[in-house]
Design a protein around this ligand. Structure first.
Ligand code: LLP
Length: 463
């Protein structure tokens, strides 16, 4: 990401401090389509509207802070992924990014499958009517009880993550009189980061079974001997917020290599490979994500080529995008509270939420943008740090951004691209009440996850 420490253009202070900011935008009222959902637009008065509803109305009806999700955009992204991969592949939405019963229904209706990684996510999926055979169950430490529930429900696949789990799942399935389809998750020796991949230190992590040292081959050997499980494929997930397809290429190549070894040793051609999720999205204008059809084309080509070279039938491919589907579909709406200009530094703008509704900035140094959305302003840009209301100085929502200098308490500001890993990682720190998720579509808005209340908090505190 190219960042300028000394941006040109209008300035709030004479000397700008060190920071992660680009030059101030020429038009603070512009909406960059890359980071906003499809139906987001501004009215002539400068008010943001999504799904045909203005945010001033949304704030009045649902309060702030709140997440607003663009249902049409969510569905369109599901379709784009499904169409890109076609009928010879499967798209599993990674529920950890954000899951609710409405989301499960949208996925079901749009023909996507679902990856869950806990009993809670499984219950949500099944409760909202996702057919069990379209669910994949993940996790490095699934409990016996979770495995039992997944097997009994008839989930389409359990992704095995350790030698112990191979045996554990087989025993449970046998006890339940089932033969459970499974994949083995391998670590392929690629560690993918935001803009790069590094082929080091990959075995030193809690997920999967290493290809290196023949461990994955040994896992396959053991799995093929057990009666309670049916090994249907190999799974690899290389990381998150990845833009560079090179990491996927190495991953696919190594997984196919394992399939060839399995064929040579056991005479079995495993029918499926799953290349995981991790495709990056635009959080700021500097990010350039790939479209689903480009990703599908690249992955299909790699797998087909590698399989032809190894004289293998091309397996059925699956992928597990979470962020790339839900991330860009939502924004968080906040009301501006205290504004504190620090002369020569920057202006701190406090909002009515913070690290309890978006921990990603504090946890990963994630970058976001922010825009005034309740009115138009032609005031000059001022350098701001948007912070929350929590008792912690690391409670930062947007580290460095420009907002108009006439910003005032009561204004509404919005942070786009907060659909993934914001509500799902939200907390009650300082007894904050987790914000609602409101789906907006075609002039109608409805709560899909309601705002927490103090009663909700107190109900858990049994005194
Ligand atoms: N499949 C598996 C096995 C995964 O572990 C994950 C994410 C995904 C799919 C979906 O990845 P996505 O397409 O959403 O990047 N909390 C972090 C992200 C953690 C991702 C964990 N696994 C964040 O906020 O960036």
């Amino acid at each position: 990401m190219s960042r300028s420490a000394h941006p040109a253009g209008p300035r709030h202070a004479d000397v700008l401090p060190e920071g992660h900011y680009s030059a101030p935008p020429t038009d603070l009222n512009a909406l960059d389509a890359k980071v906003w959902s499809r139906t987001a637009t501004r009215t002539p008065e400068g008010v943001l509207s999504m799904g045909g509803i203005e945010v001033t109305r949304l704030a009045e009806e649902f309060g702030t802070p709140a997440y607003f999700v663009d249902e049409a955009d969510f569905r369109a992204r599901c379709r784009a992924w499904r169409d890109a991969f076609g009928t010879d592949a499967d798209v599993f939405y990674a529920g950890k990014a954000f899951l609710s019963r409405a989301v499960v229904r949208w996925l079901h209706e749009e023909g996507l499958n679902l990856d869950v990684c806990s009993g809670g996510e499984l219950a949500t999926a099944l409760g909202a009517g996702m057919p069990a055979e379209r669910i994949a169950f993940h996790g490095n430490n699934k409990s016996e009880e979770e495995i039992e529930r997944a097997v009994a429900a008839g989930v389409g696949r359990i992704v095995l993550d350790s030698f112990q789990e191979i045996v554990r799942v087989s025993h449970i399935a046998e006890r339940l009189g089932r033969r459970q389809p499974v994949q083995i998750r391998v670590t392929v020796g690629v560690e993918a980061h935001t803009h790069e991949f590094i082929a080091t230190a990959h075995e030193d992590q809690k997920f999967g079974i290493a290809l290196a040292g023949g461990q994955a081959a040994e896992a396959v050997r053991r799995a093929l001997k057990l009666d309670g499980i049916e090994l249907i494929g190999i799974h690899s997930h290389i990381g998150s917020q990845i833009f560079d397809m090179a990491g996927f290429e190495v991953s696919a190549r190594r997984v196919v290599q394992l399939l060839a070894e399995v064929r040579d040793e056991h005479g079995v051609e495993l029918p499926e490979i799953d290349l995981g999720g991790g495709l990056g999205i635009a959080y700021t204008s500097d990010d350039d994500p790939r479209e689903p059809h480009e990703i599908a084309k690249a992955l299909n080509e790699i797998v087909t080529r590698e399989c032809a070279a190894a004289n293998l039938r091309t397996p059925r491919i699956s992928v597990e995008p979470g962020r790339a589907i839900v991330g860009p579909t939502a924004f968080t709406l906040y009301e501006v509270g205290t504004i504190k200009p620090l002369e020569g530094l920057r202006t701190y703008v406090s909002v009515d939420g913070g690290m309890s509704d978006n921990i990603r900035t504090a946890l990963y140094d994630a970058e976001y943008t922010v825009t005034l959305v309740s009115r138009r302003s032609d005031a000059e840009p001022m350098l701001v740090r948007v912070v929350g209301k929590h008792c912690e100085s690391g409670d930062i929502v947007v580290r460095d951004a420009f907002l108009p200098a006439d910003l005032a308490p009561g204004d509404l500001i919005a942070v786009p691209a907060t659909g993934a890993y914001c509500r799902s990682m939200a907390s009650n720190y300082n007894h904050a009440l987790r914000p609602p998720v409101v789906a907006v579509d075609d002039g109608a808005a409805r709560v899909i996850v309601r705002r927490e209340t103090e009663e909700d908090l107190l109900r858990l505190d049994v005194g």
